[in-house]
Design a protein around this ligand. Structure first.
Ligand code: SF4
Length: 308
């Protein structure tokens, strides 16, 4: 029976310096966030997420979201702390990193993710005018770590673009790919996401072309009832579900049912909190007392909400 897991992204800030990708929530927020520093998340919140991921058997999909909010030294320090708490090296999705930067992250990361979004260059340049593919390609070419990309379905891509995706995966010898179904965001030109058929078509084609590639697929609260189709199309894992906010909700239960419906075993949980002393989990960590106290406070509030 195929084992399926939940992948949790950890966002280290809510700011993006690019902020011009036409489909993205952050393109609607940049004017509202005047200072990148204010969009930083507290380290204690990031630590809380790593503790939850570890104890609920979630995999850390990647650490992301720090474009120009932190300097490289700070990003390395955060990556080190999160990987140590989680107990494994993690994936990093922090833009097009140089070879020199990757070298510094290397003790703590297993791979790098390139947020390609859409593969056809003309469409890509129209939708992500300030995030060219080339620097990402250079990053993928210049690393000996594992490699992954993200692709959003519903941005205007055509089935004939699949050959370009196939060539890209082969050319860069990717280990992993994450697909998302576009979630239309108000104030962007997009008003609807792809149908289940359109979304799963890409997953299915990719699985057929690359039987060993790890395929992860995003879902949202509104799309959980297609999870079995996504898994049948060939995905190995589910991501993007708002797992802490909607823990043990109807949608979380439905997601787990959908995994069963696809005849797969769910090795993570989105519905049952383990019976452990959460404060002990914080006490075990090699962090200072002030940070421990702050983490306990945040973790307790997460657990309280997740227990409702
Ligand atoms: S898609 Fe990524 S790079 Fe583009 S605006 Fe959104 S967060 Fe920034």
């Amino acid at each position: 029976m195929k084992k399926v897991w939940f992948g949790r992204c950890i966002f280290i800030s809510w700011y993006c310096d690019v902020a011009t990708c036409k489909f993205c929530y952050r393109s609607t927020q940049k004017a509202r966030i005047k200072h990148a520093q204010h969009a930083r998340r507290k380290l204690a919140s990031l630590i809380t997420e790593a503790i939850l991921a570890k104890n609920l058997n979630w995999r850390i999909e990647f650490l992301t979201g720090g474009y120009k909010t932190y300097n490289t030294k700070e990003l390395i320090q955060i990556t080190k702390i999160i990987s140590e708490i989680y107990g494994e090296k993690i994936w990093l999705n922090l833009g097009a990193l140089t070879e020199e930067e990757i070298k510094q992250f290397k003790p703590y990361i297993k791979g790098v993710v390139a947020s390609i979004e859409t593969i056809d260059e003309t469409l890509h340049n129209e939708i992500c005018p300030n995030k060219p593919i080339k620097p990402y390609e250079e990053m993928l070419q210049n690393t000996d770590l594992q490699k992954s990309i993200t692709i959003v379905i519903g941005l205007g891509e055509k089935k004939e673009h699949f050959d370009q995706l196939k060539n890209f995966i082969s050319k860069h010898n990717l280990d992993r790919i994450t697909f998302y179904a576009l979630k239309p965001v108000p104030e962007t030109p997009y008003t609807e996401g792809p149908t289940t058929e359109q979304y799963t078509w890409w997953i299915k084609q990719t699985r057929e072309a690359f039987p060993k590639l790890q395929i992860i697929a995003g879902t949202t609260l509104r799309r959980v009832d297609e999870v079995s189709e996504i898994l049948k199309a060939g995905a190995d894992a589910i991501t993007k579900f708002p797992a802490t906010k909607k823990f043990n909700s109807e949608q979380a239960k439905e997601l787990e049912n959908q995994v069963k419906k696809a005849n797969c075993e769910f090795i993570s949980t989105l519905t049952k909190l383990p019976d452990i002393n959460w404060e002990n989990e914080v006490d075990k960590l090699d962090i200072d007392e002030k940070l421990k106290a702050e983490t306990k406070q945040i973790l307790n509030s997460y657990i309280k909400n997740m227990s409702k």
